[in-house]
Design a protein around this ligand. Structure first.
Ligand code: ADP
Length: 486
């Protein structure tokens, strides 16, 4: 029998505690699959101000963790709770670092001391493992905020027998966010010049946290197959394509799942009518409620939903180029999102110009998001790049047909409708004309109710739950462990 693993799952955000994007959904769902196979999972994240100790029944550990980074004496308090039976969550706290309104920064500006905040977090996690006598077989780290875990393991803790058998898998959820800091940062992190070279942490004159993950981990993966190939090219590699291509034997793609219990139109308590593959009738109540929510008339027009961070990545410039043509079609459009001010302005303008056809909510609102997934007919994601994308998967589950640009995880999960097959509508070039044509095609097919239902049901019947992907992650853990022990 294969050995049961000690898994340290380290993430900067985790549903239900703190979330800014899809990474949090992944970190909150994937670990739940491991205890049933007998593995022990400990999940680590910072204790941000947003996380309400009462709501999540956090217990504070009696003793604090003390350690040094460079010449600073650091103290971490630790809170714990259980995500599910078998997954204990550890919240690392220090009010100077984490008692702030946001996770990483405000209004698109990162906190200046994110290097200190996340080196504190990384080192506290390692020290806490030692304190608990929890020897991870695998550290599963996510995005730049955790890049110093593999870095410290291969530098400061290199000779530490406690971690001699601990391997690292580093998951890239979005390569564009890299955690870049001035070179002076290096000494404050307790690291030497030896890791400030082009094949270690140095990136165009800066210290790169994500490079720490990419260079020092046994294995790497991204959240779709397509994105794992794309990031080895100049167009998508964000300057790291050379490094990633050099490590392509160690770089895998594992598509994200979604939590099929949380996202279930049959049982979802947030939506106006429940429905299923057997009976879609409830979906029309959801649509009416959504129209009410956005003060749009109850018309049987195709309703397009968008739930998204408002960032360049998501393709809003394409929408902006052809919004007047889109609005000439017989349809309604609702948006939920927050992010860059220029897109807030863009959508406010659209709402002003087309009050009968467009609804806009500039907020982060999980309940409203659920209503959009359920109440829309179509879900729009014209991303410039998309590591995996969860919106299209949630939409499929709710019988809401995605319109996507064929990139990254959207390429892997959405099959363009072509008379016979398909679970959505997809275009290839990053081009507003293609977007427009694809929306027009979708609207045309919508008019044919029988065909439409077939497309909806194909999406609803597909399995994008975590089962298959969780097994692939376990395989990667074992592979990483084998590499480490060789
Ligand atoms: P990314 O991680 O790039 O933001 P994903 O599609 O992988 O994109 O995941 C986004 C997740 O965040 C989805 O679960 C989506 O529903 C949710 N989300 C994005 N913006 C909002 C918002 N304004 N309100 C509520 N949920 C949102």
């Amino acid at each position: 029998m294969e050995k049961k693993l000690n898994i340290a799952f380290v993430a900067p955000e985790v549903v239900p505690y703190a979330k800014t994007g899809g990474l949090a959904d992944v970190a909150g769902a994937l670990p739940k699959f491991f205890p049933e196979a007998g593995h022990t999972v400990k999940l680590f994240l910072p204790k941000y101000k947003k996380i309400d100790p009462k709501k999540f029944k956090l217990k504070k550990l009696q003793s604090k963790i003390t350690f040094k980074i460079a010449d600073r004496n650091e103290i971490a308090s630790v809170f714990t709770t259980e995500l599910v039976s078998g997954v204990t969550v550890y919240f690392i706290d220090n009010s100077a670092y984490f008692n702030r309104d946001e996770l990483y920064g405000e209004r698109g500006k990162d906190y200046q001391d994110n290097d200190l905040r996340f080196s504190f977090f990384a080192k506290a996690v390692l020290e806490l493992c030692k304190r608990m006598d929890f020897q991870p077989d695998i550290f599963h780290c996510h995005d730049w905020q955790t890049g110093l875990i593999p870095t410290y393991l291969k530098t400061l803790y290199r000779e530490d027998p406690f971690f001699a058998d601990s391997a690292t898998l580093f998951t890239i959820h979005n390569l564009a966010y890299q955690g870049l800091f001035p070179p002076e940062s290096l000494s404050a992190l307790g690291l030497g010049r030896d890791v400030y070279t082009s094949d270690t942490l140095e990136y165009y004159g800066k210290v790169s946290f994500i490079k720490g993950g990419l260079v020092f981990s046994e294995l790497l993966n991204t959240v779709s197959q397509k994105y794992s190939r794309e990031i080895q090219t100049e167009e998508y590699g964000c300057g790291l394509e050379g490094l990633l291509a050099a490590r392509k034997q160690d770089l895998f793609g594992v598509v994200n799942g979604i939590d099929y219990d949380d996202w279930n139109p049959e049982t979802d308590p947030m939506i106006a009518g429940n429905y299923s593959v057997a009976d879609l009738a409830g979906k029309s109540f959801c649509k009416k409620e959504l129209q009410d929510e956005y003060q749009l008339p109850h018309k049987d027009l195709p309703l397009i939903g968008i739930v998204s961070r408002l960032a360049d990545q998501k393709g809003f410039d394409l929408i902006n180029e052809v919004i007047d043509e889109i609005m000439k079609m017989d349809l309604q459009l609702v948006l939920l999102g927050t992010g860059e001010p220029k897109y807030h302005e863009m959508f406010e303008e659209i709402k002003k110009k087309y009050p009968q056809k467009a609804g806009v909510a500039l907020a982060f609102d999980a309940k409203l998001a659920q209503k959009i997934y359920a109440g829309s007919d179509l879900f729009l994601m014209p991303s410039r790049y998309e590591p995996c994308g969860l919106g299209q998967l949630i939409s499929l589950r709710y019988g809401t047909v995605p319109i996507v640009r064929r990139t990254g995880g959207l390429y892997d999960t959405i099959i363009n409708y072509d008379q016979k097959n398909g679970n959505g509508f997809a275009f290839t070039a990053y081009d507003s004309k293609e977007l427009l044509q694809t929306i027009a095609k979708a609207i045309g097919v919508y008019a044919d109710k029988k065909t439409w239902k077939r497309i909806q049901l194909r999406g609803m019947k597909a399995d994008f739950s975590w089962h298959a992907s969780a097994k692939k992650y376990l395989d990667l853990y074992r592979k990483a462990i084998n590499i480490k022990r060789k």
